[in-house]
Design a binder for this molecule. Structure first.
Ligand SMILES: [Zn+2]
Length: 458
């Protein structure tokens, strides 16, 4: 068994000052570490409650033991403002009181590097309270829009700033961005709630000969169409799109939806190209890794996996398979089935399930229909559904050595996938021919999960 994993960490970075942290990872077979959220923790009266309830790693829990429970994040580095000259996005400042712990951390990173650990940055762009992005005005995203070229320029400058001060880091993981893909109303990733009307988005659409407001209307019309399904319509759709060519008529009868997909692809691609080429211009040897969602819905999010080798060194699709909450695959698939049912109460269960399968290009195993998706998944789910996602990744990316899927137990404190399932997942990964993965994240690893991960990494 030999998977080469990357471990992604979350604060507290202070645990990294102790060499025991690096030795533990090396002992477990982890020689690649992605440090996510380059931030110290400062105790405050009103801040973020930490540790989160999913934190399980003894080293993390003992950090919090003798402290309060409210913290704020403090950027690790003091910015070199000359790198951001002419930008309207400013890096966050940091007070001198953290100078000495910064030097200690830098020395710890240096020692880790000497021990043979490869260190990677993580693109923290959506966490503007740490990285200094201003929140957007109403009608725009919560942070500056990715169609604003300055967002990519800022990321490039920020990466250079980190590397100048922490030269032992040899790469970065870019996290998203993703257009939304979820169907259930009110969800974080509700695709029908996706709307940024900022000048940059309007301009990006105009350059493609498209009208952004029309694209937004199209999404609303499509939602209405999904709410007016009948058994006759669905059966006809399933029958006529059974063949590869059958979908042509459907797409050609929805030209605006096709435009929306083209717009999403172009927006994400242009943003990633700006980031990739900007980093490579200054740091040609620096490794740039790019995330995405899983292939069965990556198109909705604007990522064309097949094209991304031209602007990434590694592709990191998220094989997030849990059921309890966003952004888990089973959660999303279940939401599609349930929402289609709620919107169309007269639709037969058979047609709801058939349509859900057709949308994602999946087939539910006989012993694990979508109705059971909240229960722990049997091996058949990992072998068939997850296994097919892996095969799609390999095919679309075309080079298994450029593929490092993200795996995680859950996000935000929901029900976790069980250690037995982690084993089934890693077994399927290995059988598929994939030889690497990135684990999100160190702090949540229980002893049982640690045993499974290390079993596969030695
Ligand atoms: Zn925008």
């Amino acid at each position: 068994m030999s998977l080469r994993p990357i471990m992604l960490t979350r604060p507290p970075v202070e645990i990294m000052l102790d060499d025991g942290f690096w030795d533990e990872l090396i002992e477990g077979g982890f020689r690649d570490v992605c440090v996510s959220w380059m931030a110290f923790l400062k105790e405050v009266e009103h801040g973020e409650s930490l540790p989160t309830r999913e934190e399980a790693r003894p080293r993390v829990l003992s950090f919090f033991m003798d402290k309060g429970d409210q913290f704020e994040y403090v950027p690790i580095i003091k910015p070199d403002t000359s790198l951001y000259d002419g930008m309207t996005l400013y890096p966050p400042s940091r007070s001198d009181e953290f100078d000495s712990i910064f030097r200690e951390l830098r020395d710890a990173f240096q020692r880790a590097k000497k021990k043979g650990i490869n260190l990677y940055l993580f693109d923290d762009k959506s966490y503007f309270e740490i990285s200094g992005y201003p929140a957007g005005p109403e009608g725009t995203r919560g942070f500056s829009c990715w169609n604003d070229p300055q967002v990519a320029e800022y990321l490039v400058a920020r990466t250079r700033d980190y590397v100048n001060q922490l030269p032992m880091f040899s790469g970065i993981v870019l996290d998203g961005p993703d257009y939304k893909w979820e169907i259930a109303p009110g969800e974080r990733d509700d695709l029908f709630a996706e709307r940024c009307f900022c000048d940059h988005c309007q301009n990006a659409a105009r350059l493609m000969g498209l009208d952004l407001m029309k694209l937004v209307d199209t999404l609303a019309e499509f939602k209405l169409e999904m709410q007016q399904l009948t058994d006759e319509k669905v059966e006809g759709f399933l029958l006529s799109t059974r063949g590869f060519l059958g979908a042509t008529d459907w797409w050609l009868s929805h030209p605006e939806l096709l435009d929306l997909m083209r717009f999403r692809y172009a927006a994400i691609e242009n943003h990633l190209i700006r980031e990739y080429e900007g980093i490579k211009k200054h740091l040609p040897e620096f490794t740039v890794m790019v995330s995405s969602r899983t292939p069965s819905y990556s198109a909705l999010t604007g990522h064309a996996l097949q094209r991304r080798n031209a602007y990434s060194d590694y592709q990191l699709p998220k094989l997030y398979l849990w059921a309890g909450n966003q952004p888990g695959f089973r959660y999303t698939v279940n939401n599609y089935a349930n929402t289609l049912s709620e919107w169309n109460p007269s639709l037969s269960r058979k047609n709801v399930v058939g349509l859900t399968e057709r949308i994602f290009g999946i087939e539910f195993p006989a012993d694990y229909p979508v109705e059971k998706f909240d229960d722990p998944a049997p091996l058949s789910f990992y072998e068939q559904i997850a296994g097919d996602e892996m095969k799609k990744m390999i095919h679309l990316i075309g080079d298994v050595d450029k593929l490092i899927p993200f795996i995680a137990l859950e996000h935000f404190g929901g029900p976790q996938i069980q250690p037995r399932e982690v084993r089934d997942l890693l077994l399927t990964l290995e059988n598929s021919g994939i030889n690497r993965y990135i684990f999100f994240h160190y702090g949540v690893i229980t002893e049982d999960v640690w045993s499974v991960l290390t079993e596969f990494s030695k």
